[in-house]
Design a protein around this ligand. Sequence first.
Ligand code: SF4
Length: 719
Amino acid sequence: TTSGPGPGTATDTHCPYCALQCGMRLRPGAGPEPVEVLERPGFPVNRGALCGKGRTAAAVLRPGVRLTEPLVRDSRDAPLRPASWDEALDRVAAGLMAVRRRYGNDAVGVFGGGGLTNEKAYLLGKFARVALRTPNIDYNGRFCMSSAAAAHRRAFGIDRGLPFPLADVAGTDCVILVGANPAETMPPALRYFRELRENGGRLIVVDPRRTRTADQADLHLQPLPGTDLALALGLLHLLIADGRADKDFIARRTTGFAQARAAAMAHWPGRVERITGVPVTQLAAAAAMFGEAPRGMVLTARGPEQQSKGTDTVSAWINLCLAAGKAGRPGSGYGCLTGQGNGQGGREHGQKADQLPGYRSITDPAARRHVAAVWGIDPDDLPGPGRSAYELLDSLGGDGGDGSGGGIGGNNSDGRVRALLLMGSNPAVSAPRAAHVTERLRALDLLAVGDVVLSETARLADVVLPVTQWAEETGTTTNLEGRVILRRKAVDAPEGVRSDLAVLHGLAARLGVPEGFPEDPEEVFEELRRASAGGQADYAGISYGRIRAEDGVFWPCPAPDHPGTPRLFLDRFATPDGRARFAAVTHRPAAEEPDGPDGDYPLFLTTGRVVGQYQSGAQTRRVDELNRSAPGPFVEVHPVLARRLGVAEGELLAVSSRRGRAVAPARVTDTIRPDTVFMPFHWGGKGRANSLTNPALDPVSRMPEFKVCAVRVEKAEAS
Ligand code: SF4
């Protein structure tokens, strides 16, 4: 890697955490941190504002916090010990080769992350398919927004989280925010919703909890978890029944309205009230508010997406936008507020099981020919689609390294993945049914983890590879708007740390593929441009130089003289006939619902985030200031439920589902429904919310149902 800027020089870069990718400046630190975080008012998305996570991000750069040397384990029961890079990489390569030789290429797998830069995501996908020749690569973004991606492509022919800059929110007339809580997940974004209301626009929030975001809404609809689809159908029913559908737009720019209309008309308001718990009067008020607004937007996040019917649920909200004529026009449209830092770019460059770079389908012969030509391989040697993230994790298992790990042994007739390279993800905390996933990780013949810190998953590994992060390296990410930006190196990585690209380079060489895995991020990006050219996410016209000069470029950008595309669909949608497609979707229950007041699991559990922590907490739980504001897990319960349980604020609750148990203090609040409890998912250990969650998968996106399952809640004894 090149060395960082000289002493005293400030570097313009971006936050390492969420999909807003706030602009910030880094200056060599005068205090305990290697760099100091400063505001960068010129970046248009956050205009200088940072949340607590961004302000404190430099704490994770400290040598005492981050990993600085490779670690290996001599046997399954031995502790991790320091090792040289050669020993660590030799161990990984030898383990991967041994499994491939004995069980075939499909018995090795790769698991990536939505926080990896575009260059890392691209090279990881290439590494799986070219160096390992396995189809089995997927990433934690599958857990994040894959249902919105699938619904977006179904309706519009292309998936870009927001088809317009986030700032457009401030200038529209009505926004329906569904299952999204930017006040906690991306606070600087909230300014656009405030400006919307200051400009006379209206904000409707749909959420089973009265969140800090919902507190700022003109109207808060509080449905039962897992019923957003029915709610959207009910609003579409009322829009049509009240004569507010935009017949001209529907006729000119869409297909499939008749079938979608029939599905909506079967969801009359009284029926929707019974399913969702939202009173008809509130449904009517929301339908009128949205229908009467000249321009409008629907924005979804994980609430409707992380369901076993997530794709259909998002489609139902898109149907509402289309029927109201609020898409493909300035100031109107549907968008998804992506969560992870490179949630958008991470899904465009080939670390997803069914995709190749440029957002190409891995089953499309023309796409395979194009990418194979860039990679210098025969298209017939390119593996096909692999398993989705949970299915991949569920299929893990070997002999447990030394035959003692409870693995399966013998041949691989049941298609187990026995060796896994995992980068930038912490599924031992973030995957659904996490205790089972942890067992599967333990049973592997080889688990190699590349990470910045010793996460819960890295602690299970046979080999831990300490990799560069954020301010220690240069690379691009693509924020929730499709804006491709450049994170710039501001500080040298500690000695003993290598970039993920160098890890892949070193492993590929050991696997007998010495060419095609450069360590230099710009060289990787140049290849990514060629691989993406002509695809949906076309980066061919974007270069590091251009991003520096313009502070970000929106894809698609097919040529160096193309201006980029901040707003999609203004003339046509990206479908073959240029029309947006309605989807005929109907309500169905969650995969698991409470079994009644006297049942074993009588309550809903829903999960989510708090402002002081980020995702699995691997980084943010190492930051003192954040731990003071968000010190640990909790169970949010309504006062009525708390009384019934005989529990007071701060007393311990045990939450049990059919998959496991978690224990955490009660937080008593009337902001949640009495029939529902909420837990944040940032922690492992006893308070791990994902011990409880249900891996039931959406049939289209393969998204697990994190947002809805059935639980029992009891007072627990302090231990
Ligand atoms: Fe970082 Fe997101 Fe906070 Fe911005 S909102 S500072 S990108 S965590």
